[in-house]
Ligand binder design. Sequence first.
Ligand SMILES: [Zn+2]
Length: 298
Amino acid sequence: ALVSPASAKKIPASVTPISRDLYRPSDTLLSEIKALVARNPDRLTMDTVRAGNKGYSAEMLVVTFNHVKKTVHDGSKIKILLSFGQHGRELITSELALSLLYILTEKRKIAGVDLSSFEKILEHLVIKVVPIENFNGRKRVEAGEICDRRNGRGVDLNRNWSVDWGKKEKDYNPFEEDPGTAPFSEPEAQIMQELSKSFKPHIWVNVHSGMEALFMPYDHKNTTPDGAPSHLMRSVLENVNHRNFQDSCLVGSGGGAVGYLAHGTTTDYLYDIAKVPMPFTFEVSSSVVSVATIMNLY
Ligand SMILES: [Zn+2]
């Protein structure tokens, strides 16, 4: 596999470098996305959002897909937010963000989906894509900390939200899930919270890797929420699982299905506080495959 000279210098000899056949360097990935946006102004726009505190700052690229064809009023469109790369080491998720942006613009092709009905569906959607939520953490991974999932100052961005924040389980490991000094102490979490308020999405998918699973709230308890909206969420997930994955994914609440509880997560906040009707966490690749590919075994 090819490794860029800059990162090769920093990676200790004992660590297998990231396979560049599989994963673009983050700078390349973002440049490719920016070029894609520039080539498709009728569909894509982008913003760079910045936040910071105590000498630490974060920057996030947010790409918006919104078909200019105005037969459908923006106010009646379904708003979807898709975030990738919340955990630094989950490189495959940001590759998926790029693939998705290609599908929305220049490579409009999904197996089993006819192009004209796909285009019709797109006219009804506004989709915001955050390709690399945790850019600073990802930079650390690319500099050799290949198993780190936290942000640039050691905080787990999927533990820094305010619902049930800071509670620690018996097997708590600060190297994996440090919740930060307070809810929303981290600039990255602040930016995402602000997006939840300004964009008010109907659907939010927080894309991770390490398992093959389609999760809904809650993460901090062993149950799913009560009521009809929760049943709707579950049936959406079961349909996706059945149609696309031959029922091979775990489906259910993060806290119930994953085997441990997580506190201060994004989806629990989105559901309970931001009132996003359908907040999901998709785990898009099993640990064996993603670790093996990162470790360059395949
Ligand atoms: Zn993750």
